[in-house]
Design a protein around this ligand. Structure first.
Ligand code: GDP
Ligand code: MG
Length: 166
């Protein structure tokens, strides 16, 4: 099994931390030129049975200019070229305008979209339930997965869920 998975989310939610945790190989064959916003291959997660190619999509946020708007559109179109999307949010913060902007844009994505609630090492169980409540009806999520990218909690389980649907 193999597939492409894009990670989206506001700055500082922990996208790079997750990638650093799960990814063993950097993609050496990609030239700097190929590292565009549109297809920024960040690394590959490999097991005996599966391979996931991760694409970091930092370009999806509220644009401040027309060029910015072009970048957002470009980043969004890359989401139609992947097999699944991970929408990452921060468990320690309330759902905000930055999250809503991305969620609105994910409404047209046909592929499975996972809600990944990160930084659960920093919240009490009750507060995690409150965060889940804030997001659970925002999109028809494939799964809602709480993790700690930093400490590794539930990360392998999340990867196995993704692999199951590839
Ligand atoms: P990105 O902008 O989405 O790529 O976010 P980064 O991966 O750069 O992370 C932003 C900050 O959040 C860094 O200081 C990380 O160490 C921290 N961080 C990321 N994941 C976790 C987590 O699961 N728990 C905690 N406590 N901090 C985290
Ligand atoms: Mg980053």
């Amino acid at each position: 099994k193999s597939g492409f998975v894009a990670i989206v989310g506001r700055p500082n939610v922990g996208k790079s931390t997750l990638l650093n945790r799960v990814v063993g190989q950097k993609v050496a064959i990609m030239s700097d030129k190929a590292q565009t916003t549109r297809n920024k291959i960040q690394g590959i997660y490999t097991t005996d049975e599966a391979q996931i190619v991760f694409i970091d999509t930092p370009g999806i946020h509220k644009p401040k200019s027309e060029l910015g708007d072009f970048m957002v559109q470009s980043a969004l179109s890359s989401l139609n070229e992947v097999d699944a999307v991970l929408m990452m949010v921060n468990a320690t913060q309330k759902r905000g305008a930055g999250d809503n902007f991305i969620i609105d844009r994910l409404k047209s994505v046909k592929q499975p979209v996972y809600l990944v609630i990160n930084k659960i090492d920093q919240v009490k169980p009750d507060d995690l339930l409150t965060v889940i409540e804030q997001y659970k009806d925002a999109l028809p999520w494939q799964e809602v997965v709480p993790i700690s990218a930093l400490e590794g909690n539930n990360v392998v389980e999340m990867l196995e869920k993704i692999i199951d649907t590839l």
